[in-house]
Design a binder for this molecule. Structure first.
Ligand SMILES: [Zn+2]
Length: 310
């Protein structure tokens, strides 16, 4: 009898925004005395202004701010959301501060995508930064109850909102996205690009999971809708938080049952690539100048896994 179970190591640890080491204390958030934490000397804040990340111009760049620095930036400490605690039990919060034309000399507001592309920040901070960004942006867009339309208030140290009018609780959302590298019977993988990608960059195909659909079904549907490819088998690889604003990328390999490409409007280019060509793309040596996804992207890990293990 064959064995169904074959446990593999957790491949998500190599994905960008993974390895968030904060202890979230999810079961105890409603009991935490956050008022006593806001001004503690070792408390730290990740700070957004509008949707931009504030960072300090140090070497390396630093995304963490002290309570005193928050006050200088015009932030309200009591409006922060608790992310969790580090190994020394220091509290970490997320906070939005008013947007300014000019910040103090040592501080800049920067788009998080730019930060991740350039590797400006410490890798170990990126998971908590993703958590902070998704949480702040969720609060900004959920001030009113989706059930009755009345104003909601923050509860559970920032991990839920409560409507005093109809007593409904609202929780931060995460939108599942299927991303897949489909491989045909000749051992080639399918890569494509949409017009919004950086010039010459290719990636795996992806799309949001719809309601009433498994992620596996979404993999097959997206491949057919975007490229006209039918897939008959799927294999889960790993997942990745993607805080733009709050997606969870779920990566798969798929086995193609057909190879004729029929593009829809979402992609401007899509093509089958051999392992050798995919390796050239990853190494930036492809003769046509094709470029890989950023080192933060799960699509890149799918391509690396294909080249190294398929
Ligand atoms: Zn309500």
């Amino acid at each position: 009898m064959s064995c169904f179970f074959s446990f593999n190591k957790d491949l998500s640890t190599k994905n960008g925004f993974a390895n968030n080491s904060l202890k979230r204390m999810g079961e105890e958030r409603d009991k935490v005395d956050v008022d006593s934490l806001y001004r503690q000397k070792n408390t730290r804040y990740f700070v957004l202004s509008k949707s931009q990340q504030l960072i300090k111009n140090l070497h390396p760049f630093d995304a963490l701010f002290t309570p005193e620095e928050i006050i200088i930036l015009g932030g309200q400490l009591e409006e922060a959301y608790l992310l969790g605690f580090d190994e020394n039990n220091a509290a970490f919060f997320a906070l939005s501060v008013p947007q300014r034309d000019k910040y103090p000399d040592n501080i800049q507001a920067i788009d998080l995508r730019a930060i991740t592309r350039s590797g400006l920040l410490k890798h170990e901070d990126l998971g908590a930064i993703a958590q902070a960004r998704s949480l702040v942006l969720w609060h900004q867009s959920h001030c009113f109850c989706s059930n009755c339309g009345k104003k909601t208030k923050v509860i559970d140290a920032g991990y839920a909102r409560f409507c005093p009018s109809c007593e409904r609780r609202h929780f931060p959302r995460t939108d599942p996205v299927a991303i897949m590298l489909v491989i045909d019977k000749k051992g080639r993988c399918l890569l494509g690009r949409s017009a919004s990608f950086p010039e010459n960059m290719l990636s795996a195909l992806a799309g949001f999971v719809e309601v009433g659909e498994t992620v596996e079904e979404a993999v097959k549907r997206e491949l057919f809708e975007e490229a006209g490819i039918k897939a008959d088998k799927v294999l889960y690889h790993s997942s990745q938080p993607w805080p733009f604003p709050s997606s969870l990328m779920m990566g798969f390999y798929a086995q193609a049952a057909t190879t004729d490409i029929k593009l829809n409007d979402e992609l401007e280019f899509c093509h089958w690539f051999t392992k050798q060509e995919t390796r050239q793309i990853l190494e930036n040596t492809h003769p046509k100048g094709f470029k890989p996804p950023s080192k933060m992207a799960i699509a890149r890990q799918l391509m690396v896994g294909f080249v190294e293990n398929y």
